[in-house]
Write a protein that binds this ligand. Structure first.
Ligand SMILES: Nc1ncnc2c1ncn2[C@@H]1O[C@H](C[S@+](CC[C@H]([NH3+])C(=O)[O-])CC(=O)[O-])[C@@H](O)[C@H]1O
Ligand SMILES: O=C(O)C(=O)Cc1ccccc1
Length: 255
């Protein structure tokens, strides 16, 4: 496919046995529509990346976007930073995503130093980086594999570096969690998804997308070496955190 992006209708017809969700060609073809209609705050989170980079990223530093899908994190940075401000490596496990992301970056920002690598973030040989994006990716790893990845990312970050971690989350309070999930389903209905689409996708994501609590995320970040982490954004059961490697002092704060 070329530059078209289709409306997500993957779960709109009854499926005998809903297959496990995977990032295949069908998902790639409608991914921009799917993620915008299914992730509350997705656009707002992307919109902040450039502003966070302006405060925390050393000029010319390397940025990783792990589980980059179509490179939206890189496009967001390119939208607010000059071509010499950063070098970007997007990494994704899905060959279909990687192929499409390369086309998009070549078309949208040819003057930027941006590459897409097909790879597994659990096994990558990380180079030093000033900023690492994990935008809705950690949630797809087995919970038992998450700590080791965070430790590797902490080690790859340069002192003063920043990690942005965005995730679907679960609330330990059952009633509060139920309220957020119900309103999330309302959010999906308001964005045009039917009851069938909502319920079939929910089944397809079972044991594939396993959300943690915010406390679990902050505790994991602390165990991995991050001396400071905070939740900067939450919209229903979706949140984004920042974590800093010492000396993680923003330029404005240091002035
Ligand atoms: N082990 C892995 N190694 C590399 N990639 C992986 C792995 N597991 C899953 N992925 C990749 O992580 C991405 C998650 S989507 C990220 C959105 C993007 N960040 C965005 O800002 O648009 C989130 C979502 O769809 O909810 C997919 O492209 C997977 O192939
Ligand atoms: O649609 C959902 O239920 C989600 O949790 C968000 C999402 C968005 C894109 C791919 C997989 C999950």
């Amino acid at each position: 496919m070329s530059d078209a992006s289709y409306r997500d209708a993957i779960y709109s017809t009854p499926l005998d046995r809903t297959a496990r969700f995977s990032f295949d060609e069908r998902v790639v073809a409608c991914f921009p529509d799917m993620i915008r209609r299914s992730v509350p705050g997705y656009g707002q989170i992307l919109g902040m990346l450039g502003l966070i980079a302006r405060r925390h990223l050393r000029h010319g530093a390397h940025v990783y976007d792990l589980g980059c899908s179509l490179g939206a994190g890189g496009l967001a940075l390119a939208g607010s930073l000059a071509p010499d401000a950063f070098r970007y490596t997007g990494v994704d496990l899905s060959p279909a995503m990687v192929a499409r992301a390369r086309e998009i970056l070549a078309t949208e920002c040819p003057e930027y130093a941006m590459e897409i690598v097909e790879g597994d973030i659990r096994r990558l040989d990380y180079r030093p980086a000033g900023m690492i994006l994990l935008n809705f990716t950690l949630q797809f790893l087995e919970p038992s594999e998450r700590d080791a990845v965070l430790v590797a990312l902490y080690e790859a970050l340069e002192p003063g570096g920043v990690l942005v971690l965005s995730e679907k989350i679960v609330d330990p309070d059952e009633a509060d969690n139920a309220w957020r999930v119900e309103r999330y389903h309302d959010f999906k209905r308001a964005n045009g998804y039917s009851e069938l689409e909502i319920s079939q996708k929910r089944t397809a994501l079972e044991n594939v997308l396993v959300p943690d609590t915010l406390d679990t995320h902050h505790a994991r970040l602390a165990r991995s070496g991050f001396t400071r982490s905070l939740t900067w954004f939450q919209y229903l059961n979706f949140a984004s955190l920042v974590a800093f490697k010492e000396p993680g002092i923003a330029r404005a704060e240091a002035e």
